[in-house]
Ligand binder design. Structure first.
Ligand code: AMP
Length: 181
């Protein structure tokens, strides 16, 4: 199954993707994790991404899309994947469609994790990642509203709304139920 996980930062997409990855036997591909790996290894890509991430801004699409393209070329992603954190803009969604069309395939669905801003701010402050300070959180929520939320319309044909306010278990069973329908 080829799925995208959509939702504001702090919606719990990463946690859900890890659970779904086990259940569906497809790799969890998180662009944020890929960037953080590159930062850890001090690669050129990592150095470039870090300044944007620390500010809560989007890493340029050209760089991000190349990274995603080569990750999707790996064999484990041939029959399915869970994309977490990509696409984040309509431009990136169009690039993803091209990447998949080149492989004669397309997305099966887009999981839209719905959660209030109060809840996401609380979750992000609790997780304590280096880009989780109050100012960066505010910027990332603004970027989500302006750039990422339009994807809900873009994907209206294949969107699957999930209530993401409950416990981790509630949310993962709601997701699996929705996918089984
Ligand atoms: P995440 O782990 O998904 O919250 O992403 C952390 C940070 O990585 C974001 O705030 C962005 O700076 C960067 N990032 C992750 N995915 C993307 C993307 N698709 N496009 C641009 N920047 C991204």
């Amino acid at each position: 199954m080829r799925l995208v996980l959509l939702g504001p930062p702090g919606a719990g997409k990463g946690t859900q993707a890890a659970i779904l990855s086990d259940a569906l036997k497809v790799p969890h591909i998180s662009t944020g994790d890929l960037f953080r790996e590159n930062i850890g290894k001090e690669t050129e890509l990592g150095k470039l991404a870090k300044s944007y991430m620390d500010a809560g801004k989007l890493v340029p699409t050209s760089v991000t899309a190349d990274m995603v393209r080569s990750r999707l070329d790996q064999e484990d992603a041939a029959d399915g994947f869970l994309l977490d954190g990509f696409p984040r803009t309509v431009e990136q969604a169009e690039i993803l469609a091209e990447i998949l069309a080149d492989k004669s395939t397309s997305l099966d669905g887009v999981l839209n994790y719905k959660v209030s801003e109060d809840a996401v701010v609380e979750r992000m402050l609790a997780r304590g990642r280096s880009d989780d300070n109050e100012e960066t959180i505010r910027t990332r929520l603004q970027v989500y509203r302006d750039e990422t939320a339009p994807l809900i319309d873009f994907y209206s044909d294949i969107i699957i709304d999930i209530d993401a306010e409950g416990t981790v278990e509630d949310i993962s069973s709601a997701t699996l139920d929705a996918l089984n329908r």
